[in-house]
Design a protein around this ligand. Sequence first.
Ligand code: FES
Length: 316
Amino acid sequence: MTQDTLQVTEAAPAAQGIQSFELRHPQGLPLQPFSAGSHIRVKTPSGMLRQYSLCNDPAETDRYRIAVKREDSGRGGSASMVDQLQPGDLLEVGLPENQFALDDRASRFLLIAGGIGITPMLSMAYQLNSEGRPYQLIYLSRDAQSTAFLEELRGPEFAGKVKVHHDQGDPARALDLWPLLEKPGSTNGLHLYCCGPTGLMDAVRDMSGHWPASAVHFESFGVDTRAQSDDQPFEVCIKSSGQRLSVPVGSSILQVLRDDGIAVPSSCESGTCGSCKTGLLEGQPDHRDLVLMEDEKASHIMVCVSRGQGSLLLDL
Ligand code: FES
């Protein structure tokens, strides 16, 4: 990543288990501009790379704001951010990249955020306010304590545009999204944006299946785990047993190992947590994760998302 070193100028709880960080240039210089939906990669205090959405107003050129949820089951990247990072610390960050940008063709927006998925949506709400484009933001969370930026969203600039719903962790109390999604968008200028936990994204994906694909936008925080058009089958070889297993298109190494009864720890299964890191002894990997450091790539592979060519010898 093209890097910059920024300084943490503020660290504060945004909700239970979620810490918000403000980053500025150490010499007070303006930052690279960004648009709503952008993320930056951050080298966490643990040394692992993580990707965080920018959640401040894109009109601000002197600061970036990110919010980090402490993932207890992860490899320690987010925990090191929440537990160790203090105002004054320096952080290596990449330049903003945007794969979840607001579509210029849209005239109205339906934004659906779940949990920490509010981060890109908050930035979008600021940008849409500035541009005077209409939107509705639906923000789903367990309860008020776990809801980041609740006070901010109660500000007058968001009045009448934001609906917050708490389900108290009870699926029976989940908000019914069907009335919002029943009538497909696009021809009427409406575009749908969704970011949040896998369960929410899957539900919204199911309920918006009849929408034109161009009007539906998802941000998952992880890598796209769907098969790519140029994917090819390949083989993995298990060092301890000499077993050879083929990995077809549409299946992951992790899945193939699991189907064969070979246990590898996993958590996110989207290349972001680091749990499934496996030793690689030979072969040509196609790394698709967001966590391996450059100097680990020759000797390790994240088996939940990465693939290979020909045959990979795994240290299992
Ligand atoms: S399971 Fe999280 S990176 Fe593979």
